[in-house]
Design a protein around this ligand. Structure first.
Ligand SMILES: *Cc1c(COP(=O)(O)O)cnc(C)c1O
Length: 384
């Protein structure tokens, strides 16, 4: 790790920011509105158009968007929400923010996507919602999930922080669930520095989310200005989860490149697939349809005979920034302290010992990908 800043180091992910992005941000800094201005609305429109959803509500982070989703669904103490075990902690934390109970659901061994059969098994009379997570960028089986949530009268939320621009058959990510959440953290497809968005086709959800991100107030100060009133009413407890025009200007500029970037991510995945096909004991995750996969991550599973920890260390030592996504959420100390124990989701637990995320970002060259796979080949020889 002492060589992390060596220029030969290949990280597992990083942002791509160019002069156009910088100019777009500078333009906002010279304008009248730094926050709650026109760039926010334009970014919301841009992302919702891109995804095909009717409404977009931009907020301070993907986590804030998840929190808003739980709030607009009115998740409360006593309510259960089904959450995949193999995800970033925020997917579960948003339920806890609202006082709800997280019920962890296992994933499918081949794709590491939410297992619809386990969703079914874990529904109780207290279940209110299901959060699907499009692991690595591949949309979950929304047809199966929709059937289940419809039958049981549950809300379906998509944590699509990995899958901006993904497709499920002919349907775009953003239109597959009641509420869909994106993150614009620098490691995601496009960045605002920090930022997130909730998209939906339900106007009432969008309105509630707009209020939630602004203290629970119904009118924002522009609306008050244009309607010449000083009155505003806080009707629910909300937060300041707003995002600035500075952030959104960066996001808008990045959004213009998203289509080309998605193509490049698919190309990189194709090259990894081809190169990894020659490696014994290395299995790329199952991919239903590579054209619908947004490839936030490129994840391989290592055969049981290979010491994953040794491979990880060899790669890091040789300047390849591999990573592991994720430890099952309930194995974190906080969730253990709430009483969750090992054995809840055996497929996720087993996968956690076997998976490795290889570098995947805009700016990674084919030559670097070859170096990654060559190093992986050496690592496996050493670790087998
Ligand atoms: C990145 C991410 C989040 C959180 O997004 P932030 O913008 O960092 O708050 C939530 N869920 C998943 C699956 C993510 O990858």
């Amino acid at each position: 790790m002492e060589n992390e800043y060596d220029n030969t180091y290949i990280p597992y992910g990083r942002q791509a920011v160019d002069e156009d992005d910088i100019a777009a941000v500078a333009e906002v800094l010279r304008s009248d509105w730094l926050t709650t201005g026109p760039a926010v609305a334009r970014f919301e429109q841009g992302v919702s158009d891109f995804t095909g959803a009717a409404f977009g509500v931009a907020v301070a982070s993907g986590t804030a968007a998840l929190h808003a989703a739980m709030a607009v669904l009115d998740i409360q103490p006593g309510d259960e929400v089904l959450v995949p075990a193999l995800t970033f902690i925020a997917t579960a934390n948003c339920v806890v923010y609202q006082g709800g109970t997280v019920v962890f659901v296992d994933v499918l061994p081949e794709s590491l996507l939410l297992d619809p059969a386990d969703v079914k098994r874990k529904i109780t009379p207290r279940t209110k919602a299901v959060i699907a997570m499009d692991y690595a960028g591949q949309p979950c089986d929304y047809k199966a999930l929709r059937n289940i949530t419809k039958e049981h009268g549950l809300a379906l939320v998509a944590d699509s922080c990995h899958a901006l621009g993904g497709r499920y058959g002919s349907q775009r990510v953003g239109t597959l669930a009641d509420l869909t959440v994106f993150s614009f953290h620098p490691l995601k497809h496009i960045t605002t520095g920090e930022g997130g968005m909730l998209v939906t086709d339900t106007e009432g959800y969008a309105e509630a989310a707009r209020s939630f991100r602004n203290h629970g107030i119904i009118l924002d100060h522009h609306q008050r200005h244009s309607q010449s009133t000083f009155r505003y009413d806080m009707q629910e407890l909300g937060y300041n989860f707003r995002i600035s025009d500075i952030h959104c200007a960066l996001g808008l500029s990045q959004l213009g490149k998203l289509s080309a970037w998605l193509k490049r991510r698919q190309e990189m995945a194709c090259l990894y697939d081809a190169l990894c096909a020659d490696l014994l004991g290395v299995f790329p995750l199952h991919c239903r349809d590579s054209t619908g996969h947004a490839y936030h991550l490129y994840v391989v599973r290592l055969d049981g005979g290979i010491d994953r920890q040794a491979v990880f260390q060899y790669m890091r030592h040789n300047q390849i920034g591999v990573n592991v996504h994720y430890q099952p959420v309930y194995q974190h100390g906080y969730y253990r302290s709430l009483g969750y124990a090992d054995g809840l989701c055996p497929v996720a637990e087993e996968a956690y010992d076997r998976i490795l995320s290889l570098p995947m970002y805009i700016g990674l060259t084919d030559e670097q990908i070859r170096r990654v796979v060559m190093t992986l080949r050496q690592a496996i020889e050493v670790a087998a």
